[in-house]
Design a protein around this ligand. Structure first.
Ligand SMILES: *[C@@H]1O[C@H](CO)[C@@H](O)[C@H](O)[C@H]1NC(C)=O
Ligand SMILES: *[C@@H]1O[C@H](CO)[C@@H](O)[C@H](O)[C@H]1NC(C)=O
Ligand SMILES: *[C@@H]1O[C@H](CO)[C@@H](O)[C@H](O)[C@H]1NC(C)=O
Ligand SMILES: *[C@@H]1O[C@H](CO)[C@@H](O)[C@H](O)[C@H]1NC(C)=O
Length: 470
């Protein structure tokens, strides 16, 4: 007897032998996972971690044979990587502590050494975990030999005000690390371990907002895959190592708010992938290296509060993609280069509190994206060359105060930018041929475009005459 043909809609899966096979397969899979309880040593290491850190519950009671079978918040399990351990067995892959919905840390939490005995752990997060000022705990790691088999890719130790000690040199033994964040732990002090330069898989290294001292190790230049390096808000001293120029993939470099001295090394011009460079609040001085305009992707150059003490280089105007240029309070002298008028993506230009002299380049008012311009507290002079449209574009985000030699053509069209009207301030109106031309151009252009009522031409012309007479 021939078997009845299966109805076309349900296809081959509907045949009786096939159904029986699928059922057996499902049963065998289920039997497999039930049999695959966690390795006892791994289970014990996990419970030690939970007991060191978390007060959420009695973990030993709650765990059962396989903690991975009934997921806890903050615990993520994965099957072993192919070839690593029994088939179907689950392993601890990620642990998160400190911030809801993850387990909060108890008042007496200690740094969980047991985590480094979890063979398949890929990521460990301890965020706002150690906070009790009466229970300072030390940042320690197991001996280097115990870490060499670690598969940890991401370690994040952030915002722990009662975590103390130095950065353990054994960090250099976790060869699998890709993202290392030890940030906002005010009691973490000491040097940046040289050995971190051997973690060649690192993509992001963030050691910001600790209390680190000593030099930036030149060996960090060996981290050829590094995309982000943030050492800001520490007390690192000495020069910026020229070897950082070897970080060809680097997009973000933040060394601000340290005690770095010396010059900006010429090798930074080799960081062709850089989009963000911040070196503010250091003791850096001297000329910026030639070739910065080769940084075609640089969008943020933030270098305030350094005793640079040199003329503002015109090459900065050729960094094509620049959006923020902040160079306040750094002893720059000379005039604002005309080339700054080429920075068509610029939104913020902060040059306040320098020793800049000469006139404001008229080209700045062509910058259509600009919304914050601070030139206050310099020695700029002449007539402000901005037209009505540009002044409206900036509104209150324009500051020209503290430049005794600057004057504006007429109060009626210029809002309060901290500068007197030229006719009022005739004595300080040290205009030159260039300023006259720009006044003529502004007045002529605005009147021609019908923006200024014709009556305003008279006081403006008086101001111009007054400037010409001096
Ligand atoms: C390091 O490994 C040894 C040998 O396996 C072990 O006895 C010891 O407990 C481990 N130490 C730590 C802190 O994990
Ligand atoms: C950093 O520099 C500041 C100001 O120069 C100084 O007061 C401070 O002691 C320095 N800190 C270190 C750790 O060198
Ligand atoms: C800036 O100018 C003032 C006054 O001219 C001078 O005393 C000061 O030394 C100058 N500063 C720098 C860094 O050039
Ligand atoms: C310009 O910089 C000075 C600091 O020198 C600051 O006080 C002022 O608020 C700034 N102005 C604007 C508009 O940001």
């Amino acid at each position: 007897m021939a078997p009845a043909p299966a109805p076309p809609s349900s296809g081959i899966l509907a045949t009786a032998p096939c159904r029986r096979f699928l059922l057996l397969l499902l049963l065998s899979l289920r039997a497999d996972s039930a049999a695959a309880a966690m390795d006892p040593a791994e289970r014990e290491a996990l419970l030690r971690v939970m007991e060191a850190v978390s007060s959420d519950r009695d973990w030993r009671e709650a765990a059962g044979a396989d903690p991975c079978s009934s997921p806890w918040p903050g615990l993520e399990c994965k099957p072993a990587a192919p070839g690593g351990g029994a088939a179907g067995r689950m392993h601890v892959a990620r642990l998160d502590f400190g911030v809801s919905p993850n387990p909060t840390c108890k008042d007496t939490a200690t740094f969980p050494l047991g985590a480094f005995a979890l063979p398949e752990l890929r990521a460990l997060f301890l965020v706002e975990c150690f906070k009790n000022p009466d229970a300072i705990t030390a940042f320690t790691l197991p001996p280097a030999a115990n870490l060499s088999a670690s598969r940890l890719q991401q370690l994040s130790v952030r915002s722990n005000p009662s975590l103390s000690g130095t950065l353990p040199s054994q960090l250099a033994s976790i060869r699998s690390l890709q993202v290392l964040t030890v940030s906002q732990n005010a009691l973490i002090r000491g040097h940046v371990p040289e050995g971190l330069g051997g973690l060649t898989g690192l993509v992001h290294l963030d050691l910001s907002y600790n209390s680190l001292t000593g030099p930036i190790p030149s060996r960090l230049g060996e981290l050829r895959g590094l995309v982000g390096l943030d050492l800001s808000y520490n007390s690192l001293s000495g020069p910026i190592p020229s070897q950082l120029g070897d970080l060809a993939q680097l997009q973000k470099l933040d060394l601000s708010s340290n005690n770095l001295t010396g010059g900006v090394p010429a090798t930074v011009t080799r960081l062709k992938a850089l989009t963000f460079l911040a070196l503010s609040n250091n003791g850096l001085r001297g000329r910026l290296p030639a070739g910065l305009s080769g940084l075609r992707d640089l969008q943020y150059l933030i270098m305030e509060n350094n005793p640079m003490g040199v003329p503002l280089p015109s090459e900065l105007g050729n960094i094509a993609r620049l959006q923020e240029l902040r160079l306040a309070n750094s002893g720059y002298s000379g005039s604002i280069p005309e080339t700054f008028g080429l920075l068509s993506s610029l939104t913020t230009l902060s040059l306040e509190n320098n020793n800049l002299t000469g006139q404001i380049p008229a080209g700045l008012s062509r910058l259509k994206r600009m919304y914050h311009l601070n030139l206050s507290k310099n020695g700029l002079d002449g007539v402000v060359p901005f037209d009505g449209a540009f002044l409206r574009q900036l509104g209150r985000n324009l500051d020209l105060s503290g430049n005794p030699g600057l004057c504006v053509a007429d109060r009626a069209v210029v809002p309060d930018v901290g500068v007197g009207v030229c006719s009022d301030a005739a004595a300080s109106c040290k205009t030159s041929a260039a300023a006259e031309t720009s006044v003529r151009r502004v007045i002529g252009g605005e009147v021609a475009r019908g923006r200024w009522p014709a009556g305003l031409l008279r006081p403006a012309a008086v101001a111009l005459c007054c400037c010409l007479l001096l």
